[in-house]
Design a protein around this ligand. Structure first.
Ligand code: WT7
Length: 655
């Protein structure tokens, strides 16, 4: 079955640029949690030989368990239960466990986009969480109830998540950049009865009108009983109506002691919606014990977290990265986690570097799209700042091109910081593939090797491992603690989406290859999911938004490579009879998609066509459209095209 990854640094001599190899700096390794490939291999082998003993030991080390577990894993493919009899509470593990020792230590170092700053200590965070948790209970929230969170990146976002965890409520965070429609769909699917939101948040100098969006969607929210509004962007008293009430009024009157709900290990912790290859976003469900163990352990190993670290993950809490590596993982490890509200280059290109220098940030975790954007702005901008506090750099969300990787390492990391390219997904709950910075020699553009206990393989359609440097599909072949447990409300979709390619093995949807050293190189999605500027989108979702417009007859959306965003969206559209093409209509359609889903889904390019190329059975030929979109010569077999003129027409519509 799974083969032990045995990279052999001596064998890595190659003239190929992609085979540049960067061993961990010696002084970094000496102090790291995992110091050598021997340490890594020992752990990997231990986990491989006896997964239950390995994970059982990790789970006991990472978490405080109110009730111990006896059963480490119950695996009835494709359903896993981890640490079965155990009871715990994640808010307790993030907060109470560190008290009183870390009472005065900064848990959250907050910087608002307008420049306001706040340090929230572990003691203060604990009090705020307990007050809101009591507030939620006062509103009738009980264990297992779903609570929506639609907030900007302010400390209250973490408070909201932790308060839910404290009372055993299941949070469903909706990214603040999503529209009223997208919020509505997610709130109703989750059946959320309370929504925690804000009047607005700051982004690029403007207010994101969160409360306006909530109000638009509210009349159609089926299970909604209360909306709790945090005041962020307005002055004076907020005029609230109907189901709305003020966050500060609700929490002020609550006690700051709140007995945690000791939940079963498999008690649901959160739902997070993510795009799949079909229209509706999937509610990925994560449970408590396994998720927490893995978030805690992977944070410490991959980011080599030490008590003195000031750690900044730039992800929004609306994405899984914000869940595992802004809130839960860092707080379980007792470090200082930076929360920054706005755009990384607002009000100027210096913002990010100025913040790093001022706060002496030691670890930066961001996305390739941001790195490429910084790179374009020029080296002299980061070079003006003292970034000697940085000791480790991380990347996540999409493949990072070697050029951006090298720039990140040299210009931001001064050539001394290890770079960890971390591959994972909403569904995996935590990092699956990544260098361990004190141990793994890195190669620009490779996510290197699986964490100990994680079994990833590149397989062909029959389930056979492909040879070195052969492309195949990436699978996770054994269960892991932080794996998703189901698709909320649609258990069959869980089986169909993830466990139908090869029985019992988790299908990631990504293409990959392994090189001669066993290192993994991610090659992008193999399904109809695209990664636009690190945001995951289903092309079908964008298509259904487009066809909802009165002028559109048919729409096909594909990705094309883009220097900055990784992938850009191109929409091919046929219009209804009598509707004429116009640049204004293109603009209107882009705005329409923004309104239906959110600005991140707006197509970068819209092309009108007389018809879409289809196979005889009526399937849109996406491969062909992808080639057309990227300006590539079509090499595939197009003889099944219903009408070759359609293709010709698409090609000539190059404006
Ligand atoms: C998809 C998952 C995991 C947190 C953010 C995204 C792509 C993610 C990498 C990487 C190459 C990557 C994959 C994956 N992806 N990280 N380091 N190298 N590709 O979570 O929204 O669930 O998206 O992002 O295609 O399947 P997500």
């Amino acid at each position: 079955m799974a083969e032990t990854p045995r990279p052999n640094p001596q064998a890595l001599e190659s003239v190929l640029v992609e085979n540049r190899l960067f061993p961990p700096p010696e002084d970094f390794s000496r102090r790291a949690h995992i110091r050598s490939m021997e340490d890594y291999r020992r752990l990997w082998d231990e986990a491989e030989k006896n997964p239950e003993a390995y994970w059982g030991a990790r789970a006991r080390e990472e978490l405080y368990w109110k009730e111990p577990f006896q059963t480490v894993l119950e695996w009835k493919p494709p359903h896993a239960r981890w640490f079965v009899e155990g009871r715990t509470n994640l808010a307790y593990n993030c907060l109470d466990r560190h008290l009183p020792a870390l009472k005065d230590k900064t848990a959250i170092l907050f910087e608002g986009e307008p420049g306001d700053r706040r340090k929230v200590t572990y003691g203060e965070l604990s009090r705020e969480v307990n007050q809101l948790a009591n507030g939620l209970r006062a509103l009738g929230v009980k264990k297992g109830d779903r609570v929506g969170i639609y907030l900007p990146m302010v400390p209250e976002a973490a408070v909201a998540m932790l308060a839910c965890a404290r009372v055993g409520a299941v949070h469903s965070v909706v990214f603040g950049g999503f529209s009223a429609e997208a919020l509505l769909e997610r709130m109703n699917d989750a059946g959320a009865k309370v929504l925690l939101t804000a009047d607005g948040g700051w982004r690029k100098g403007a207010v994101v009108p969160l409360l306006d969006n909530v109000r638009k969607a509210m009349p159609q929210m089926k299970n909604l009983e209360h909306v709790v509004v945090f005041q962020r962007t307005t002055q004076g008293s907020l005029r609230l109506e109907g189901k709305e009430q003020s966050w500060s009024e609700l929490t002020q009157k609550q006690s700051d002691v709140c007995e945690p709900e000791w939940v079963e290990s498999e008690h649901p912790l959160f739902i997070l919606y993510t795009s799949g290859s079909t229209g509706k976003p999937k509610g990925v469900l994560h449970t408590t014990g396994g998720y927490a163990v893995f978030a805690s352990l992977s944070s410490r190993w991959v980011f080599d977290l030490k008590k003195e670290d000031v750690y900044w993950c730039t992800a929004d809490i609306g994405w899984v990265t914000g869940h595992s590596y802004v809130v839960y993982g860092p707080l379980m490890n007792g470090v200082t986690s930076v929360i920054y509200e706005g755009a990384l280059t607002h009000p100027g290109a210096d913002r990010t570097w100025e913040l790093i220098a001022r706060e002496k940030i030691s670890i930066l975790y961001t996305a390739p799209t941001a790195i490429r954007a910084f790179m374009r702005l020029g080296d002299d901008i980061p070079r003006k700042h003292d970034m000697s506090s940085l000791r480790l750099l991380g990347s996540v969300g999409e493949p990072i091109n070697p050029e951006a990787w090298m720039w990140y390492r040299d210009v931001i990391g001064g050539g001394r910081c290890p770079v960890v390219d971390t591959w994972w997904q909403t569904e995996t709950g935590g990092i699956m593939l990544s260098p361990l910075p004190g141990a793994t020699p890195t190669k620009p553009g490779s996510a290197t090797l699986p964490l100990p206990g994680v079994h990833t393989e590149v397989l062909d359609k029959q389930g056979k491992p492909v040879g070195a440097n052969q492309g195949g599909q990436l699978f996770i072949t054994r269960p892991w603690p932080s794996m998703l447990r189901t698709v909320y409300g649609d258990p069959q979709r869980y089986v169909n989406t993830y466990f139908s390619e090869l029985p019992g093995m988790y299908f990631t949807g990504d293409g990959a290859r392994r090189d001669d050293d066993g290192y993994f190189w991610l090659m992008g999605r193999v399904d109809d999911v695209v990664n636009v500027a690190g945001h995951r989108l289903g092309t079908a979702e964008v298509e259904s938004a487009l066809v909802a417009h009165k002028s559109v007859a048919e729409a096909a959306v594909v990705g094309r490579p883009d220097d900055l965003k990784g992938t850009a969206l191109v929409a091919f559209i046929t219009l209804k009879k009598g509707v004429g093409h116009s640049p204004e209509l293109k603009k209107e359609l882009a705005t329409h998609v923004g309104k239906e889903i959110g600005a991140i889904a707006r197509p970068d390019e819209i092309r009108f066509a007389e018809g879409l190329p289809k196979t005889r059975s009526g399937k849109i030929m996406r491969r062909l459209l992808r080639d057309v979109a990227s300006g590539k010569q079509t090499t595939g077999d197009t003889t099944t095209l219903e009408d070759l003129n359609v293709l010709a027409a698409l090609r000539s519509d190059e404006e």
